[in-house]
Design a protein around this ligand. Structure first.
Ligand code: NAD
Length: 475
């Protein structure tokens, strides 16, 4: 796919700015392995300038331009951003595909989610005004008390490469809705569409400094942000290894963090399922986005004699299921690997325990429900988990016992910006998305309700129709 890659600089204080040390990073198209452009690389020097710009954006005109403007004012900008992204969707989707290697149809779906997320937080920003000064009932009439919701300040948003613009949007949209000023640090492996967001912000005249976009290397741009004394909060999505570094840096300044990390999700499939549907959800749950999804259900835990049925049935239905883990023979260039299924796995193997972040499904069988749950929870991670069965009560029972931040019933992966999202155990803490997390202000405001109890969404597929991700092969 040939598409010109715009040449951009850092986006600081509402305009493009060359990195102070003039560093750039090449962009490699993962399909062809060719260098197709480059991105600016911020260092600590640029981070200082951007943090200063963000602080000024909060206090300009005594905060009336942004932080203390009405939610309706901020909503106007969020909606304008959504409209501009809609106009640019075809180009943005192509840029996403050449930059991070996912199929074009998936990049297009990502752009729809990006638009929907900005619109959703525009609605919530509008609703915030009515929620200000919520009264607190006190036992003494001589006092009155109420709650003020205030943005937490300057937030650093550090995101990974697998959903570049979407992961950025999950953080940028609620941060701006809340009235924060943000510094977005996209992944050095995929920053192109995040930089285009800068151009969109220019076009809608977002007040200068409210959103700054600083691509760069993790240990340089990312680490400087995480340890910066004038950043008030860090919201991070990425690997658990990096999260430990960020949390360590943040701890030195007692800085709050939200961590959205990796996973090694289970999908528990019982014997009573509709085999076609179960096969499709199992494959979708592991191989969507090339298997590079944090919440991928990459451990199939299945009632025993069904394993071969699953594989042979899916093959006969035209799904691409290959044993192998080899590079596809017909592709001479590009970072490709065949979809891979691994059986005869023991729970001590690396493949069972560690996040592959690729199209690899490992399969274990079970005989009892208790054993299935034990296998499902046999991981340090706790992001997404799924149960597939026609028995509704069993689904309820199992979904309560899965140790995951999100549970799917008779499906895997569908994720909506209206519902909270986040992990437990090594998959992180704090929640993104959903209306609870804006009005309760966990993410970008200053209180922390989420620490008191665990909230997680259970998302059930209730249609009688096949999901339809796989189309029958053409005759
Ligand atoms: P990564 O941890 O390597 O990098 C993520 C971001 O952190 C990048 O922007 C990187 O530059 C930055 N970074 C690296 N070192 C840093 C440091 N020392 N200080 C500050 N920032 C630093 O992750 P990745 O390879 O880009 O993404 C894949 C990982 O992300 C997987 O583990 C996946 O499961 C996870 N992920 C989680 C979610 C979720 O919502 N839970 C969503 C998508 C991806």
């Amino acid at each position: 796919m040939a598409i010109p890659i715009p040449s951009r600089q850092l986006f600081i204080n509402g305009d493009w700015a060359e990195p102070l040390l003039k560093k750039r990073i090449p962009i490699i198209n993962p399909t062809t392995e060719e260098i197709i452009g480059d991105i600016p690389a911020a260092t600590a020097e640029d981070v200082d300038v951007a943090v200063q710009a963000a602080r000024s954006a909060l206090t300009r005109n005594k905060g009336k331009d942004w932080a203390f403007a009405s939610g309706a004012v901020r909503a106007k900008y969020l909606r304008a951003i959504a409209t501009k992204i809609k106009e640019r969707k075809p180009v943005l989707a192509k840029l996403e595909t050449v930059d991070c290697g996912k199929p074009l149809s998936e990049s297009e779906a990502d752009m729809d989610d990006v638009i929907g997320c900005f619109e959703y937080y525009a609605d919530l920003a509008e609703g915030l005004d009515a929620k200000q000064k919520a009264p607190i009932s006190l036992p003494m009439k001589t006092f009155k008390s109420y709650v003020i919701k205030e943005p937490i300040g300057v937030v650093a948003l550090i995101v990974p490469w697998n959903y570049p613009l979407l992961m950025a949007t999950w953080k940028v949209a609620p941060a701006l809705a809340a009235g924060c000023a943000a510094i977005l640090k996209p992944s050095e492996l995929a920053s192109v569409t995040c930089l285009e967001l800068g151009e969109v912000c220019r076009e809608v005249d977002l007040p200068a400094g409210v959103l700054n976009i600083l691509p760069g290397l993790g240990p340089e741009a990312g680490a400087s942000l995480a340890s910066h004394p004038h950043v008030d909060k860090i919201s991070f999505t990425g690997s658990t290894v990096t999260a430990v570094k960020i949390m360590t840096a943040a701890a030195q300044r007692v800085k709050p963090v939200t961590l959205e990390l990796g996973g090694k999700g289970p999908i528990v499939v019982f014997e009573d399922v509709d085999i076609d549907k179960a096969v499709e959800w199992t494959i979708f749950g592991c191989f969507y986005t090339n298997g590079q999804i944090c919440s991928a259900t990459s451990r199939l835990i299945v009632h025993y004699e069904k394993v071969m049925n699953f594989i042979s049935n899916a093959k006969s239905e035209g799904a691409t299921i290959l044993y192998g883990g080899n590079r596809p023979k017909h592709l001479k260039k590009g970072f490709f690997v065949e979809p891979t299924i691994i059986t005869d796995v023991t729970t001590s193997m690396q493949i069972w325990r560690e996040e592959v972040f690729g199209p690899v499904l490992c399969v274990k069988t079970f005989t009892t429900e208790e054993e299935a749950i034990e296998l499902a929870n046999d991981t340090h991670y706790g992001l997404g988990g799924a149960v597939v069965s026609k028995d509704r009560e069993r689904c309820d029972r199992v979904s309560k016992l899965l140790q995951n931040g999100a549970v799917w019933v008779n499906c895997s992966q569908p994720c909506f910006c209206q519902a909270p999202f986040g992990g437990t155990k090594w998959s992180g803490f704090g929640r993104e998305l959903g209306e609870w997390y804006l009005p309760k202000l966990q993410l970008f405001f200053s209180d922390n309700y989420y620490l008191n109890y665990l909230e997680y969404p259970v998302t059930e597929y209730v249609s009688d129709e096949q999901w339809g991700w796989y189309q029958p092969p053409k005759q």
